[in-house]
Design a protein around this ligand. Sequence first.
Ligand code: MRU
Length: 360
Amino acid sequence: MSLESVRYSRGSLQVLNQLLLPHTSQYDPVSGVREGAEVIRTMKVRGAPAIAIVGSLSLAVELSSHPLKQVSDLLTFVRESMELLVGARPTAVNMKKASDELNSFLAGEAEKPGVTAQGLTESAIQWAESLLEQDVKDNQMIGDLGAQHILETTQAPGGVCIMTHCNTGSLATAGYGTALGVIRSLHSLGRLSHVFCTETRPYNQGSRLTAYELVYEKMPATLITDSMAAVTMRERHVNAVVVGADRVVANGDTANKVGTYQLAITAKYHGIPFYVAAPSTSCDLSLPTGASIVIEERPSHELTDINGIRVAAPGIGVWNPAFDVTPHELITGIITEIGVFKPGELKAGLSRGLEKRSIV
Ligand code: MRU
């Protein structure tokens, strides 16, 4: 069984506290929306899909324990709660899309004759619960399509060697993972020769979380510092770089963990294909280019301190953007649950696929 970032049953939500990994596995209870926003802001749970799932489920548990009696009160509460959750970490678009979708779904339901606050509450809870299952399905599809595409386009009879960044696995999603899902699928096909995972400073999602998942799943893997990426590409026969995304916009520009941009430039120099693996819930076709993506800036202590001990010279200034934007020209393909698209084909391909899915 793969690691579980979230444990949920009706009325009860717990998140694996990722601040304590890899040393301690502790699930912390989340009793409602304020706690949901707090576990997201403090990064006890992180990763674009997991943020949206935990946020939405925190609303579901609060609605279960404190049902509202009036339809109008319920709609206002859901809108304000989702706003709070969206603000907790603004770059990943998944929470914002979940918020827009739930608000418009409930507004539509509220128009139906005979609607009650109780019935609408049940619909909201079921909607939030459905995110868990859908995310795992999407990730498995991303894994399979991505693995198949990489194997078809790479000459590597002995198996492929992949470099990845940050954590995009079971811990960042409802299960399986996106970029790590592609790696997982290659491994289960017996076609993964090796994974290089970057440490991912300053927050070390790579060394703490991805390394933990790779060891847990017994995949052949090596940890490198972010500054070793170029030499690893040159000397260790990396066949492809696969990373996740917090927001992919209409022209294919992609916001992801800071350091992704320099990996894409380095991959281009070495002639190595560079893939972004992301569910359609991480794609924001409303923005034409990456220039208008809001990039979250995190507190300076994440850079200056390690485990509460200051390692940087006192008095130094710090800039800590959590994400950067990789221009679409550096991206070979975007692997979604709908298909693998060149950046220029993403908008049309995704719209077509989503339309087909809503008809089926
Ligand atoms: O700051 P984080 O740890 O939330 O950043 C996570 C990433 O950048 C991931 O690559 C992205 O959210 C995709 S997770 C499937």
